[in-house]
Write a protein that binds this ligand. Structure first.
Ligand code: IYR
Length: 238
């Protein structure tokens, strides 16, 4: 490929490659439709609740695959797409994950967590028992790839890895909810055991576990509110 070297203002050598472009496919919507879509999406997302009681009822794998593909459409630092989703449905592996997570959680709830953290968690009613890791049909373990190997096997650093993998995870949660599934973001800490159980390389850092499936019949959720728009937005203009 035809490359050209030049010097940036910092004196560093930059390599420029011919920029390959394609036409943007952009579908402009009438304003009335923009408004109704935005409002309907908000209404849909306001119905999302973090669920901790999962049914073991099977979920179509096609639904999960489409949601994973949508998650993989996320923007990422230098388009490195530094994420890996380990999709777990094997009961033996789910059990292994549950048991390992509970060891860490037991430690967290009985000694590691400071009192203010335990107080903050009280309204959620969480504890070290994690039956959902076994009951839910699917666990999606999100790994953030700090490095990847290029075509010659050289270790290549990725950029904005946590931000990128977190955006992808947000899309995944929105997609699963949109498809009619319940989700739970679970963050056992430390999470290194997930690399071992799922045989992922040490260049990948487990970010969180997305538990998904149908809620258990009669599932209840904490009576908690979301901040109003005025509390989460400041307007600079208009
Ligand atoms: N990882 C623990 C504790 C926990 C921490 C936060 I911050 C939460 O929002 C919920 C739980 C657990 O999963 O129980």
């Amino acid at each position: 490929m035809n490359t050209r070297k030049f010097f940036s203002h910092t004196g560093k050598t930059m390599t420029s490659q011919p920029l390959k472009t394609i036409n943007l496919k952009f579908e402009e919507l009438p304003e009335s439709e923009m408004k109704s879509r935005a409002s309907e999406f908000n209404t849909l997302m306001q119905k999302r609740r973090t669920v901790r009681d999962f049914s073991s009822r099977a979920v179509s794998r096609d639904v999960i695959d489409d949601c994973l593909a949508a998650a993989g459409s996320a923007p990422s630092g230098a388009n490195r797409q530094p994420w890996h989703f380990a999709l777990v449905s094997d009961p033996a592996i789910k059990r292994e994950i549950r048991l390992a997570a509970q060891v860490e959680e037991e430690e967290f709830y009985t000694s590691r967590a400071p009192q203010d953290w335990l107080d903050a968690l009280a309204p959620l009613g969480t504890d070290s028992e994690k039956p959902f890791l076994e009951h839910a049909p699917y666990l999606i373990v999100v790994f953030a790839q700090k490095f990847e190997l290029d075509s010659e096997g050289n270790k290549q650093k990725n950029y904005y890895v946590t931000e990128s993998a977190s955006i992808a995870t947000g899309l995944l949660i929105a997609g699963l909810h949109n498809a009619g599934l319940a989700t739970l973001t679970h963050t056992p800490s430390p999470m290194k055991f997930l690399n071992e159980i799922l045989e992922r390389p040490s260049t990948e850092k487990p970010l969180m576990v997305i538990v998904t499936g149908y809620p258990e019949k009669g599932a209840r959720v904490p009576d908690i509110d979301r901040k109003p728009l005025t509390d989460i937005v400041s307007v600079h203009g208009d």
